[in-house]
Design a protein around this ligand. Structure first.
Ligand SMILES: Nc1ncnc2c1ncn2[C@@H]1O[C@H](COP(=O)(O)OP(=O)(O)OP(=O)(O)O)[C@@H](O)[C@H]1O
Length: 586
């Protein structure tokens, strides 16, 4: 877990840099802040003249009517500006949050699977990024107001009554000073709070995933105790953070109130001693008394909103950690991802078995996306593993392997179970990296290639294709990020002998037999191959759950797709071995 804490105050440049539109938003806040300051001053001046005119000047209500109307307009304008600022803040916040989510998701798609905990990452991208609302919608606008309002108010006070301006000038820094001290104190607490949140999310995700197993072994009820401990720790940390937030508000409130009291005493003494006399004197005294709290208010609010933003900033640090993560040679990417959105990336990789291809096959009208990305792989490249060694944490490394998969041929891997066949395939799409040795497509090392483009050039049918809640057709359609036509989906389903397009499927595979689920994965794979024409096909146990008749039918359907492509299949099945140009064992 990253141990970065949010800064005690200020503008996070990386957030602004990542968030297009945030700079415009700060500009809008500054303009609105200036307008609000003008309203504050005008409101105070009108209120002071109304009261002084009525009490010291003895004016009638009729003669004060224009000022009363002006005050009502100023107050309405002030409320309007506040709501415009609120709306702008929420709009900017929504834009920033969706931008960060998209960038983080796109980055996660590039990283090897399993690098980040699912539960923690889900909490980070949903709840964590949502917490940035406190920063963008509350803290940042207040920060701008905290600069603009005191300057404007002080300038007016300096003209109206310099002694009060001097007192405010001297006491004003106390508020940020206390704020910073409290911020330093809460810094680690905010981080611990976020840690507790993500731990809780991780725990729940783990528990829900393992619930069927726990129930099968009669251990589900025992988990209540563990949940109680985790939620108890979360509750304690939340309460502790809230306590600090309340105490800090109290301290800031106290400092501001004492400062205003000093101003009030000074003005009062001057009124009594005759320094301020008549209607003009009362007006000045009232103006100063009304304005003084306004100078402190935005600074106090900054302190209060800092706590609301701290959790979001702690989460943002972790998002930056993900964005700063170096995916396997992703930094070598030289071309933009033409599929663009995280949604399409998700769709692409949730159907992992079917990596997009480089370009549209001529006549494939079903494809709607523009695929301008050239493939870095030649047509049907030769694949070479050169003295590669793979290792999983806490396990003995797999034996060193040198292997050539000839171009345009079908190679069947028949090595024993656990020898590393699936690992080899995952490595070709960058989900695993060798600890030593190298992988090459023709003359190009995988580490020198644009990984996103490599993935587009490979179609991969994994051993256990990922399913989503929905119909068979929806599951198959995931193969193509921007959608495929109904006839294209129907053709792939028929070729894979998959269940009817309208059958419903659950993400855990329930609703389908293991063989049916495997054929849905195969249909997805074939759709991708059919529409996107990738030169490399990887199939991991494609017929594992099929009876021999269905297996033969599927292999017959697959035969035309093997032509002119480099095909790598992991299987021990005789029918699959029968289609091999070459078998490899180790
Ligand atoms: N995520 C993982 N964490 C730890 N060890 C793993 C992980 N994935 C695979 N392994 C181990 O790596 C070795 C190779 O696994 P892999 O799945 O690549 O073998 P395989 O040849 O495809 O096996 P099978 O034919 O049974 O599918 C095995 O010993 C396996 O237990």
């Amino acid at each position: 877990m990253t141990t970065l804490a949010p800064k005690p105050a200020g503008v996070d440049r990386r957030l602004l840099h990542r968030a297009r539109g945030a700079a415009v938003f700060i500009g809008v806040c500054a303009a609105l802040g200036a307008a609000r300051t003008a309203c504050v001053v005008a409101g105070a001046w009108l209120t002071a003249s109304l009261i002084a005119g009525a009490f010291a000047g003895g004016r009638s209500l009729d003669s004060l009517a224009p000022q009363l109307i002006a005050l009502a307009i100023v107050l309405a304008l002030r409320a309007l500006l506040a709501s415009v600022q609120e709306a702008a803040a929420h709009r900017a916040s929504a834009g920033v949050k969706s931008g960060l989510r998209r960038q983080a998701l796109e980055q996660l798609m590039r990283l090897p699977s399993g690098k980040h905990h699912t539960g923690r990452t889900a909490a980070l991208l949903v709840r964590g990024i949502d917490a940035l609302d406190g920063y963008f919608a509350r803290y940042l606008p207040q920060l701008v107001l905290a600069v603009v309002v005191p300057v404007g108010v002080l300038a007016v006070m300096l003209i109206a009554y310099p002694p009060a301006a001097l007192i405010v000038l001297l006491t004003l820094p106390l508020i940020p000073l206390f704020g910073i001290l409290i911020g330093l104190y809460t810094r680690s607490r905010a981080e611990r709070q976020w840690e507790a949140t993500s731990h809780l999310a991780h725990h729940f995700a783990d528990l829900v995933a393992g619930l069927p197993t726990l129930k099968a072994f009669g251990r589900a009820a025992k988990q209540a105790g563990a949940i109680e401990v985790t939620t108890g720790s979360y509750r304690r940390r939340s309460m502790s953070l809230l306590r600090v937030a309340f105490c800090s508000a109290l301290v800031l409130e106290l400092a501001a109130s004492l400062s205003v009291a000093v101003v009030a005493v000074t003005v009062g003494v001057d009124l009594v001693e005759g320094g301020l006399t008549g209607e003009a004197g009362l007006k000045t005294a009232l103006l100063v008394l009304i304005l003084a709290p306004e100078a402190y208010l935005p600074l106090r609010n900054v302190g209060a909103h800092y706590h609301a933003s701290a959790e979001g900033l702690a989460a943002a640090e972790q998002v930056f950690a993900i964005l700063g993560d170096t995916p396997e040679h992703a930094e070598t990417a030289s071309e933009p991802d033409t599929t663009g959105t995280a949604a399409s990336a998700l769709a692409r990789w949730s159907g992992r078995g079917s990596t997009p291809g480089p370009e549209t096959k001529p006549g494939s009208a079903a494809i709607t996306a523009s695929r301008t990305m050239r493939t870095p792989l030649g047509r049907a490249p030769t694949i070479m593993f050169r003295r590669t060694v793979f290792a999983y944490p806490g396990r003995q490394p797999l034996p060193e392997l040198s292997l050539t998969v000839p171009a345009g041929q079908t190679t069947v891997l028949t090595a024993r179970s656990g020898a590393g066949k699936s690992t080899l395939m995952a490595a070709l799409v960058g989900f695993r990296q060798p600890v030593s040795g190298s992988i090459a497509f023709d003359d190009a090392e995988l580490t020198d290639l644009d990984l996103a483009a490599v993935r587009r050039s490979i179609a991969w049918l994994p051993q256990r294709p990922v399913l989503i809640d929905g119909t068979v057709a929806e599951n198959v359609r995931l193969a193509v990020p921007d959608g495929a036509s109904d006839p294209a989906v129907a053709k792939a389903i028929a070729a894979a002998h998959a269940p009817a397009a309208t059958r419903t499927v659950a993400a855990d595979g329930s609703g389908l037999s293991a063989g049916e689920a495997a054929r849905v994965g195969l249909a997805r794979f074939l759709l991708r191959v059919d529409l996107l024409d990738p030169p490399v096909l990887l199939l991991d146990e494609p017929t594992a759950h099929l009876d021999s008749d269905t297996e033969q039918a599927v292999l017959d359907s697959f035969a035309p797709y093997r032509d002119q492509r480099t095909v790598l299949i992991a299987s021990h099945r005789p029918a699959v071995r029968a289609i091999a140009d070459r078998e490899v064992d180790w």
